[in-house]
Structure formats: structure tokens, C-alpha cells
Design a protein around this ligand. Structure first.
Ligand SMILES: NC(=O)c1ccc[n+]([C@@H]2O[C@H](COP(=O)([O-])OP(=O)(O)OC[C@H]3O[C@@H](n4cnc5c(N)ncnc54)[C@H](OP(=O)(O)O)[C@@H]3O)[C@@H](O)[C@H]2O)c1
Length: 248
């Protein structure tokens, strides 16, 4: 499928996991793709070379989403690379910092909010003047926004916040025919949440899930790809949950 030909996409946190799968999928559909990363330069370069090997165009930009200046610099780098505005912004970079309220310090709150909320806010704020008409903003939330997960209250709150930002932005950007939506993944097998036999946490998550298994990064990439496509032009302010029925 090549329904994203000539589109420019930016996927934050595209070096690994859901972001890497999403970047490759959008590139497969014809988009020129920029990914950001913070620590994993080698992995980011690998994603870029995989895309290029299939005839696509891609760049990787180091940008710490929790940093004050980096989101603006990231957007400028993307604009300069192709001398064009951005059609698809996927705010995917995220951190899962945990700790019970009674036992953890405010650093758990800061770690989650600095990247998962402030980073999304600042990246989108920097992108807004450069988003093309009929553009797409797709924010990666989490099913945890909709159910209680002891030990992950701050993380859960960031993902509820992301959905809230998306809804307001959907209305703010509607006059330019730009859509804004949230995708809520459930348990997805990545380095953040590995589905490995010796992991009790993984086994526990499967008990919560009616399908009894993890999803893959490609399951989320498929949802993002739909929201990025021309087919989803009338979908905005929505939350698409991809969690195997976890929050059903
Ligand atoms: N996996 C799940 O079960 C699950 C469930 C619900 C929601 N999610 C959400 O899905 C998104 C992707 O998660 P994932 O599972 O793919 O995680 P992951 O495998 O840990 O990958 C995280 C990505 O974010 C990047 N990143 C981390 N900190 C960053 C920073 N400060 N600045 C820029 N990039 C940064 C990482 O790049 P570097 O390695 O270069 O730092 C990496 O590319 C996150 O928003 C997460 O909250 C995941």
C-alpha cells in the first residue's frame, strides 16, 4: 500500500519498540520518515538503514523529549531535511517509571511527566506552525489511562493527560483539517514491557487480558497507520484502544 506517498512523518522514540515498527510501516506506505531517539543511536541508525534498503527515505535525530530545547530543534531538523512541512506527527517516545505513592519520591512523577506529557506538549507546540493542512497528530497513550494499576499511578496519569491534550487539540486544529487522536496500547512486547517467560509481571498482565496474550509493536503500528491514512480524515478527538480487550 502506498497511500502516504510524499507525506513527511515524524515518529518520536522511533529507535525501538512501537516507534520503530510505526516508522517502518509509515515508510512502507510511502512516507518520508524522521525518527527521534535519546540513547539508542545504533538502533535508530538501523531503523533508518532498513527503511532506506527498501527504497524509502529516513533520518534519525537525537532529541531528548524531556529536554527544554530539544523538541524545537527536532522539528527544525525535520523541516530542513525535506524543506517541507510535517504531515504526520506521532508522539510515541515515553517512559514507564513506577513506584508506589507511599514509597517513592517525586522523581517518579517528574520522570513520567517530563517526557510523557511535557515532551508531547512541547513537540506538538513546536510542530503546530509547520503542520500541513489535513495533517495528523497521533499520540500514544496507554490502556492504563482507563484502569487502576497500583505502582504506576503517575505513569497512568500521564497517559490520561495525553488523551486530554489530544481532545482539546483536535478542536483547536480542526479549522486546518488536522486530526488529533490517541492510540491506547495494552500490553505490547517491547523492551519497556518484555513478554518473557521468567517475567511474573508479564504473566500477570496476560491474566488481565481476555485474549490471554501480549500484542506486538506491529499491532500498534497498524492502528497508527490507519489514523495517518486518508481513510481516517473524519476521525478526530478519538481514542483507539488496541489492548486485546484488557479494558473491555
Ligand atoms: N509496551 C507497552 O506495553 C506499552 C503499553 C502502553 C503504552 N506504551 C507506550 O508506547 C510508547 C512506546 O513504548 P515502547 O514499549 O515501544 O517503549 P520502548 O521499547 O522502551 O521504546 C521507547 C522509545 O522511546 C525513546 N525514548 C525514551 N526516552 C526518550 C527521551 N527522553 N527522548 C526521546 N526518546 C526517548 C526510546 O529511545 P532511546 O532508546 O534512544 O532512548 C525508544 O525509541 C510509549 O509512549 C509507551 O508509554 C507501551
Amino acid at each position: 500500500m502506498s497511500n502516504l506517498n510524499n507525506k513527511i512523518a515524524l515518529v518520536t522514540g522511533g529507535s525501538r519498540g512501537i516507534g520503530a515498527a510505526t516508522a517502518k510501516r509509515l515508510a512502507q506506505q510511502g512516507a518520508k520518515v524522521a525518527i527521534s531517539y535519546n540513547n539508542s543511536k545504533e538502533a535508530a541508525d538501523l531503523v533508518v538503514s532498513e527503511i532506506k534498503a527498501k527504497g524509502g527515505e529516513a533520518i534519525a535525530v537525537r532529541a531528548n523529549g524531556a529536554d527544554n530545547q530539544a523538541p524545537q530543534q527536532l522539528i527544525e531538523a525535520v523541516i530542513q531535511e525535506w524543506n517541507a512541512g510535517i504531515d504526520i506527527l506521532v508522539n510515541n517516545a515515553g517512559v514507564f517509571a513506577t513506584g508506589n505513592l507511599a514509597e517513592s519520591g517525586v522523581e517518579v512523577y517528574d520522570q513520567n511527566f517530563n517526557l510523557n506529557v511535557r515532551g508531547v506538549y512541547e513537540t506538538t507546540r513546536a510542530a503546530v506552525p509547520h503542520l500541513n493542512e489535513q495533517g495528523r497528530v497521533i499520540n500514544i497513550g496507554s490502556s492504563i489511562a482507563h484502569y487502576a494499576f497500583p505502582g504506576a499511578s503517575a505513569y497512568g496519569a500521564t497517559k490520561a493527560a495525553v488523551a486530554g491534550l489530544s481532545r482539546s487539540w483536535a478542536k483547536e486544529l480542526a479549522p486546518r483539517q488536522i486530526t488529533v487522536n490517541t492510540v491506547h496500547p495494552g500490553s505490547i512486547n517491547t523492551e519497556m514491557n518484555p513478554d518473557i517467560p521468567e517475567n511474573d509481571f508479564a504473566a500477570y498482565q496476560k491474566t488481565l487480558n481476555p485474549l490471554g496474550r501480549y500484542g506486538s509493536p506491529d499491532d500498534i503500528a497498524a492502528a497508527v497507520s490507519y489514523l495517518a491514512s486518508p481513510d481516517a480524515g473524519f476521525v478526530t478527538g478519538s481514542e483507539l484502544t488496541v489492548d486485546g480487550g484488557l479494558t473491555a
